[in-house]
Design a protein around this ligand. Structure first.
Ligand SMILES: Cc1ncc(COP(=O)(O)O)c(C=O)c1O
Length: 376
């Protein structure tokens, strides 16, 4: 935040709003902290932030691989030596062929996808096959596993067994399995999942007749996971009970990216309707869909930090609105202990590095897209 304000102090006209700022050093801190907390590989879920410049600038420390869910995301990951995981239940032959050609590891969601890969493998063997297991398998291997919200991803155990047989019959390089219980799911069932995983590894190796090499235990870390009271040391001890020949990984989107990103808009006008002040900004829901929280039943709008073009100290409650003419384009709120913005001031929202840009659909009213600045 300080760095962004300094950039604005130095040359405000050069900062084109609305814009995102992504901090490479904050991303590195988050990555290293999560890796140390878990004691495993940490794979980056690109869907949270697919900004190519950021991913290139971070490539020297994001060393455990990236997970992509579309051909476009796959193409955005430059550097042939980066470990890439392809994971999407709807991945078709075109996408799977591109993934095989690009030497990506394939996270297989269904038998139909595996059949396509078996056919492609006759010409070019894939770099690795990982079977995505549906969370129902966790309960099957550990009756005490907490309930996980049902989802449509991956395979149940019987299907996974058929998939293992297909891998054997077609000489496909089965590495292991992938689990994902959903966003924000980590703490609630992390320990129980490790107990399930013990049984899953043994069961899969028995069926495959060979040792596996890899297990991705999923993720579901919140954007503020560092503030949680979860006992990571106990978790690392529990992971040490798993067979040593398996490389363990977790994956994260928001836990790595959210706090590395900021979103900024300029105030164009300030007006008052009866006692209510409104700051009308040059960007909003059309560049940062999540900020308006239209998907939340209870909106808890963020209060932006203010960079002032000219200092002032008049304080007032204020609602920050975007540029889309939509009644729902309300992106922030402040109470009356904050300085009232003036036209030309810049409002900076923190924790906007995950999904804020990538989950924003094509801009309404053909409004301009946000500019992106990568800061060290
Ligand atoms: C398979 C998979 N992995 C990782 C993620 C990233 O989740 P989060 O950003 O909550 O870490 C998602 C999100 O949808 C996902 O579907």
């Amino acid at each position: 935040m300080q760095q962004i304000k300094q950039m604005l102090d130095q040359n405000p006209a050069e900062i084109s709003t609305p814009c995102y700022f992504y901090s490479v050093s904050k991303l590195q801190q988050n990555f290293e902290a999560l890796k140390a907390a878990l004691g495993t590989q940490v794979i980056v879920s690109v869907k949270a932030n697919s900004n190519t410049d950021l991913l290139i600038r971070a490539s020297h420390f994001l060393t455990d691989g990236v997970e992509v869910a579309s051909i476009k995301e796959l193409q955005g990951i430059v550097g042939g030596d980066r470990t890439r995981y392809v994971n999407n239940p709807s991945a078709d032959k075109v996408f799977l062929r591109a993934a095989v050609s690009g030497k990506a590891r394939l996270i297989i969601d269904s038998l139909a996808q595996l059949e396509i890969v078996a056919e492609l493998a006759q010409k070019r063997p894939p770099a690795g096959i990982i079977l995505r297991l549906n969370p129902v398998v966790l309960k099957q291997f550990n009756d005490a596993h907490p309930k996980v919200r049902p989802d449509q991803f991956g395979m149940d155990w019987d299907t996974a067994c058929i998939a293992i047989d297909i891998c054997k019959a077609n000489n496909l390089p089965l590495m292991g399995f992938h689990l994902f219980k959903g966003s924000y799911s980590f703490e609630r069932s992390a320990m129980a999942t490790v107990d399930s995983v013990k049984g899953i590894i043994a069961g899969m190796e028995r069926r495959y007749g060979q040792p596996l090499s890899f297990a991705n235990l999923g993720g579901g870390f919140s954007e503020r996971w560092q503030e949680s009271e979860f006992d990571f040391a106990a978790y690392r001890e529990k992971l040490a009970e798993l067979p040593q020949h398996i490389t363990l990984a977790h994956e994260s989107g928001r836990g790595l990216m959210a706090s590395a990103g900021y979103f900024a808009v300029r105030v164009r006008y300030v007006k008052q309707i009866e006692s209510q002040h409104y700051a009308i900004c040059d960007g909003g829901i059309a560049q940062n869909f999540l900020l308006a929280q239209t998907e939340n039943a209870l909106r808890k709008l963020k209060t932006p930090a203010l960079w002032q073009a000219e200092p002032s100290d008049a304080k007032a409650a204020c609602t920050f609105v975007g540029s889309s003419c939509s009644k729902d384009d309300v992106i922030g709120k402040q109470s009356d202990e904050h300085v009232l913005p003036k036209p030309g001031d810049v409002c900076i929202f923190d924790h906007c590095g995950a999904y804020n840009a990538s989950y924003t659909v094509a801009p309404f009213l053909q409004l301009p897209q946000a500019t992106t600045y990568i800061v060290e």
